[in-house]
Design a protein around this ligand. Structure first.
Ligand SMILES: *[C@@H]1O[C@H](CO)[C@@H](O)[C@H](O)[C@H]1NC(C)=O
Length: 508
């Protein structure tokens, strides 16, 4: 009835398109062997640099299975990989990227006619027949119109993103002219107004010309390296292949339109390199030599001015993340869900950049839903809000996740403020709840302290004698309420700290 190249099918699949833009990232690697139903000469097999495809259609009641190879250039540009789209009900298409992975028998939804309908059909007059035939057609037309409208809406939202994602080698050299540094690239990017990152092919090219220098960190996902690209430093987060989901999620979040902000880690590129035996998943970002806020506070105490700079910039970053901006140049609201001093970086100028968006969730305000099913207790136990620890958090409500972020921000502020020296006095670095729970506490241990005993980190009395520390202490307490909804918002904190920075004459 309809072929899979039909644009009408594609238009109803606006979301599939966006997904495929990213899945284009996965579809690279060495020659792939696939089953092939029309290759008698080569033993019903074929080889490709693209994807294997299995498709099933129901032609005049007979199930037809087709298995073929799809060349990489047929998958690209990622803007139009319609070979892989599935139009449920008419035919079923499945693309995959491992050897013989299309050796599957897809099922066609059965169109079984009941005997009662059979006999009714034969006894119907022409009017009934016309009604029965025209009815569904009108319905399909209506659905198509709705589909086109939805697609146009999507087009508007992702307009800029798609324009840049089209893989056009002719502008490769335009972007990557020999003398261009990363700063130039990022500058081009911010002036092009795309707001969603470098085009994917540029990302890949940049990633593949980075020379790794030294390992600078390890985490649950893999390793972080310092690398060099055209003389400049970059940070490369290398995920182990079983963390593919985290890599994909973080890359996906970073490609969010208009996420770029001076207090959010600057994302440069995502890439997956296949070295034959396994896939290396890379995320490339700005490099900050001070490392994480955790490392920084461990090494240095901070002045009152330094403390305000760190706190205000962290609040600005979080406020930007949380904020929904409407319009084509807008962004969805994003909740971080794993905020802690180890996930915040300190820039050269003494301000913060929020990093590690692998657990973040986005808010779809039009439908008031969250873009992925949020699993209940993720993140770092020590920083989990009371409602996360005792599982009373309302996960249908996006704002609950923002409130949980604020609680964690309050703990980070406590870590910063302890290192703030006033009158020559400051305290040693400690993690929040260091005096109440063992290192690497369990959820149960945290819950006892935070929910049952309702304890919070100690705010020393002497802070009251210094305006900046007094304000910080007050903000912390208002971040730590057991009732999430009672907590301050990131924007409120940002405003309070801005006023404080004016009062204390801090130059940002
Ligand atoms: C696909 O190819 C493999 C390897 O040649 C073969 O073992 C398998 O039976 C094939 N599957 C189908 C459904 O033809």
């Amino acid at each position: 009835m309809r072929s899979y190249g039909n644009p009408a099918v594609m238009s109803t699949k606006g979301t599939a398109l966006t997904l495929l833009v990213l899945s284009g990232l996965i579809a690279i690697g060495n020659a792939l062997r696939c089953n092939c139903t029309n290759c008698e000469s080569s033993g019903y097999e074929c080889e490709t640099d693209g994807a294997c495809m299995a498709s099933t259609s129901n032609i005049a009641g007979v199930e037809q299975h087709v298995r073929i190879c799809i060349a990489r250039d047929k998958l690209m540009p990622p803007g139009q990989p319609f070979y892989c789209l599935s139009a449920e009900g008419y035919l079923n298409t499945h693309c995959c990227y491992s050897d013989y992975c299309n050796s599957v028998d897809l099922k066609v939804p059965k169109v079984s006619r009941l005997p009662a309908i059979e006999s009714a059909l034969s006894s119907w007059g022409p009017v009934e027949l016309v009604a029965v035939i025209a009815g569904p057609i009108i319905l399909v037309c209506l659905l198509l119109i709705v589909g086109v409208l939805v697609f146009q809406h999507h087009q508007r939202t992702y307009n800029h993103r798609q324009r840049l994602d089209v893989e056009d080698p002719s502008c490769d050299h335009l972007y990557l002219a020999k003398d261009k540094t990363l700063q130039d690239l990022i500058f081009d990017l911010s002036t092009s107004g795309s707001g969603s990152g470098l085009p994917l092919f540029v990302q890949r090219t940049v990633a593949r010309t980075i020379v790794l220098q030294e390992i600078i960190g390890k985490g649950r996902f893999g390793e972080v390296w310092r690398g060099k690209w055209r003389g400049g430093d970059v940070a490369v987060k290398i995920f182990s292949s079983r963390e593919e989901r985290s890599w994909f999620r973080e890359a996906e979040i970073y490609q969010t339109i208009m996420l770029r902000h001076e207090n959010i880690l600057g994302f440069i590129a995502a890439d997956n390199k296949d070295n034959g035996t396994w896939t290396q998943l890379w995320l490339v970002s700005d490099y900050h030599e001070h490392g994480s806020l955790f490392d920084y506070l461990n090494c240095y105490s901070v002045t009152i001015e330094g403390m305000i700079k760190l706190a205000l910039s962290a609040a600005s970053g979080l406020a930007h993340l949380h904020m929904e901006i409407l319009g084509t140049q807008g962004k969805p609201g994003i909740a971080h869900r794993d905020l802690k001093s180890k996930n915040i970086l300190v820039k050269k100028n003494g301000t913060c950049a929020i990093a590690d968006l692998g657990l973040a969730v986005r808010h779809e305000s039009s439908t008031d839903t969250i873009d992925i099913a949020p699993n209940q207790r993720v993140g770092t136990k020590r920083y989990m809000a009371p409602e996360v620890l005792d599982e009373t958090i309302n996960m249908k409500h996006f704002d609950s996740f923002k409130c949980a972020d604020i609680y964690a921000l309050g703990l980070v502020y406590w870590e910063i403020a302890r290192r703030g020296s006033a009158g020559g006095v400051h305290e040693d670095y400690q993690l929040p709840y260091y005096d109440l729970v063992p290192p690497d506490p369990s959820i149960e241990e945290m819950r006892k302290v935070v929910c049952d005993q309702r304890l919070r980190p100690t705010v020393p009395n002497w802070w009251q004698s210094y305006e900046a520390l007094r304000v910080m202490g007050k903000i912390m307490r208002e971040c730590w309420y057991s009732n999430g909804a009672a907590r301050l918002t990131a924007l409120r904190i940002k405003k309070t700290l801005s006023q404080l920075s004016v009062l204390e004459d801090v130059k940002m």
